[in-house]
Design a protein around this ligand. Structure first.
Ligand code: SF4
Length: 278
């Protein structure tokens, strides 16, 4: 089983795949267009970002929300043994495909690694271990195999296990006489909605559109947030303790404060600051 630290990005051991492989377009998240496969104009020769300290102020908020789940350093150090897209322009497109596949694998491994440490998921730990071992084996494959990997079908293989974990963890509650999972709002369009006071503890919010939703003070503990869109959501004073399948990318795109309770596995984003008293 992976250690969680291996699934956190370490840019010092990477060659900036995320600044080259994906495309992005001018928007609220990016100040300019960049096609896939070309290096960002802010990328330096040593693979560092020239505006790292001012990304948000310079209109590049999307960069602060990206998370490779440690795929960048894994591809750089292990799969390609130090080769980079600069060393081999002819082979770069395969390298980018490897990076995308590794990122997908590492994202699933992140979820499995976290729930493997969740006591309420204990009845499924052996199944989680087995699936994680299969995925880890895939991460050790050579670049040609990884580049051709169909990660979409991989997702459909893993989804039933994530469903089982979600049902188990959301239903369990030692304080309830009649344990039952919270409400199901999966896929609902709640963009911009005022959800303050809404009971969302143990809710299923998979893929829910929560962009700019007002979730201040809301209890989201043990809610299933897989794929929920939290960009610009307001999470001040919210409780995300043991939220399921939440990742750093989602948290970085949202706004919170020093009283927002974040899951043990995630870091409080640096841009979360407390509002000055009125
Ligand atoms: S702005 Fe910096 S972090 Fe963002 S893509 Fe460009 S080089 Fe990378």
């Amino acid at each position: 089983m992976y250690e969680l630290e291996e699934l956190r990005a370490d840019c010092s051991r990477c060659v900036a795949w995320c600044c080259v492989a994906p495309a992005f377009g001018r928007s609220a998240d990016f100040a300019f267009d960049k096609p896939a496969g070309l290096p960002c104009k802010n990328l330096l020769a040593d693979f560092r970002c020239s505006i790292h300290a001012t990304l948000r102020a310079d209109g590049m908020k999307g960069c602060t929300s990206f998370d490779c789940f440690g795929a960048g350093q894994k591809v750089t150090q292990q799969t390609l043994a130090g080769r980079s897209w600069r060393d081999d322009p002819a082979g770069a497109s395969e390298m980018f495909a490897v990076f995308h596949a590794m990122r997908d694998l590492h994202e699933i491994l992140w979820y499995l690694t976290v729930v493997r440490r969740t006591p309420l998921a204990a009845p499924l730990w052996s199944e989680i271990d087995e699936t994680a071992e299969q995925l880890e084996e895939l991460t050790r494959q050579p670049s040609g195999v990884l580049a051709a990997l169909d990660t979409l079908s991989l997702n459909s293989h893993v989804t039933p296990l994530l469903d089982a974990v979600s049902d188990l963890v959301r239903a369990a509650d030692g304080n309830d006489d009649n344990p039952a999972p919270g409400r199901d709002l999966s896929g609902r369009d709640l963009a911009g909605a005022d959800l303050r006071g809404t009971p969302l503890r143990r809710a299923r919010l998979r893929g829910a559109m929560l962009i700019a939703a007002d979730l201040r003070g809301v209890d989201l503990s043990r809610a299933d947030l897989l794929g929920a869109h939290l960009r610009d959501a307001r999470l001040d004073d919210a409780d995300l303790t043991d939220a399921l399948f939440l990742n750093q990318l989602q948290l970085n795109g949202a706004n919170g404060n020093s009283r927002t309770r974040v899951p043990w596995s995630l870091l409080r984003p640096g841009h979360w600051v407390d509002a000055a008293p009125e």
